[in-house]
Design a protein around this ligand. Structure first.
Ligand code: SF4
Length: 459
């Protein structure tokens, strides 16, 4: 894989616009309330013949305190009763969802949040037990069972328990090690504390450890980020997701505690982004695409090289399952040609689960046009290439005719060295990895009518 760090800052500045993250296509803001539980059940019924493995996502929305940058669907609470009520709602949903999938192995499992490890050790055990009762959880080494961890909520013995429950991948929310940045985002977790936690994690032989970092946070600058990256590299996580902070205080009230004057400007953010790419690639990481890096010997790199990478709501992962079952408030399922999202509001979620239904609030059934564009966007994000002939063969279309306008729009990106043509295959250059979202946008039918300002900035 060509990992030469050859970007031109002036060129990338041009592409620092708002764009979707393309964890799905069509993007979740286009899901409609016309899509109902019946539509979801119909989509599941059509898959009865499938025996391939599935992926399950479980959403735990609780956190102990609010990180100011947060845009997740989460509830700050210390109420044990509230958490227990939610778990009981989850158990009812697990039992109902599993009806359509009990004959298929779960090869991928992800607990996200919120803070999954805000559950105490007995609650985590009970939840995994419920999942194992209703689904066939894979026990082989090829499974991907991952959990997001807030280091500040790790209890004694939690790591041993998490491994014992069958998780073989663990992801830590780090964001930044600088004390002033940590104070400004209300997330204080010193480097020494994380170093000791990593020692504990390393005792349990997880297949991979992921760090989430964020750039563009208040008080970040080049010098501070350099120090954070040095510390990160010393701890050597297998994977690093480095997200761009999207400051949207009108949408996410917690962000109002962040003074916009403390945020780095576009110039500074670009320098930080450049530093991240340079430091990580010089220290044995490959840039998988968008905001993800992985050590050269990590399975994610091998999956990228063999074209077996997928991108969904949890970011990049190996392609192991065809359908995704989302469980819990706000969780999204991807079943057959449909996306279906659950109620976000906890009370509404629980009300539905107390009755006999599934808590689906909205979704979308993909048209043929959607499926073609989804395939194109997945290919750009995951394979860093787009083979026109492959799309033509799969969908029986003339790519040049259907996307003549897009082929024209790609020319400036080609001139800027972000993509190049190799016969009928479009290849993304190394610099192009930072602007994959811009390339995908060209193929997004819905952006023609939608103002992209409602999405975060690319850089
Ligand atoms: S960033 Fe994570 S831990 Fe912090 S409030 Fe959001 S979901 Fe909770």
């Amino acid at each position: 894989m060509d990992q030469k760090f050859d970007w031109d800052r002036r060129i990338l500045e041009k592409y620092a616009v708002s764009a979707p993250r393309y964890t799905s296509y069509p993007t979740a803001n286009l899901f409609s309330e016309d899509f109902t539980e019946e539509d979801y059940s119909e989509a599941c019924a059509k898959l009865n013949h499938r025996i391939s493995p599935i992926s399950v996502y479980v959403h735990i929305p609780f956190c102990q305190r609010a990180c100011f940058y947060c845009g997740c669907n989460r509830t700050i609470t210390r109420s044990k009763k509230k958490i227990q009520e939610y778990l009981e709602g989850l158990y009812r949903e697990i039992a109902r969802r599993s009806d359509s999938f009990s004959h298929r192995r779960v090869l991928q499992l992800h607990w996200g949040g919120g803070t999954p490890n805000y559950l105490d050790n007995s609650q985590m055990t009970e939840l995994m037990h419920e999942l194992a009762t209703h689904f066939e959880l894979d026990g082989s080494e090829s499974r991907d069972f991952s959990i997001e961890i807030d280091p500040r909520s790790v209890e004694e013995q939690s790591i041993a328990l998490i491994r014992g429950l069958g998780f073989n991948r663990i992801s830590l929310g780090i964001q930044d090690f600088d004390p002033e940045v940590q104070r400004a985002i209300n997330r204080v977790q010193p480097y020494e504390f994380i170093r000791e936690l990593m020692q504990e994690i390393n005792r349990f032989d997880f297949s991979s450890v992921n760090f989430d970092l964020i750039y563009g946070l208040p008080h970040q600058n080049l010098e501070r980020m350099k120090k954070t990256l040095d510390q990160v590299v010393r701890l050597k996580p297998d994977r690093i997701a480095c997200y761009n902070y999207a400051h949207m205080p009108d949408r996410f009230p917690a962000q109002r505690a962040i003074a916009s004057t403390a945020l780095p400007g576009v110039e500074q953010k670009l320098s930080i982004c450049e530093l991240i790419g340079k430091t990580l690639t010089e220290n044995g990481y490959q840039h998988i695409g968008l905001d993800h890096f992985a050590l050269n010997d990590d399975e994610l790199c091998r999956a990228a090289e063999t074209g077996n990478l997928q991108r969904n709501f949890q970011g990049y992962s190996r392609t192991l399952a065809e359908d995704l079952v989302g469980i819990g408030a706000s969780a999204i399922s991807e079943v057959g040609d449909c996306y279906a999202q659950n109620q976000k509001d906890l009370n509404s979620y629980l009300d539905v689960s107390r009755n006999a239904g599934l808590p689906i609030i909205k979704g979308i059934r993909l048209s043929k046009d959607d499926r073609i564009r989804k395939k194109i966007i997945q290919s750009i994000c995951c394979k860093l290439r787009l083979d026109m002939e492959e799309i033509e063969t799969e969908f029986g279309i003339s790519f040049r005719r259907m996307f003549s306008q897009q082929l024209e729009s790609l020319k400036p990106l080609e001139r800027d060295g972000l993509v190049r043509w190799n016969n009928s295959v479009l290849e993304v250059s190394y610099a192009g990895r930072f602007v994959l979202r811009n390339i995908c946008m060209l193929f997004d039918q819905y952006l023609q009518s939608k103002a992209p300002q409602s999405f975060s900035k690319v850089v």
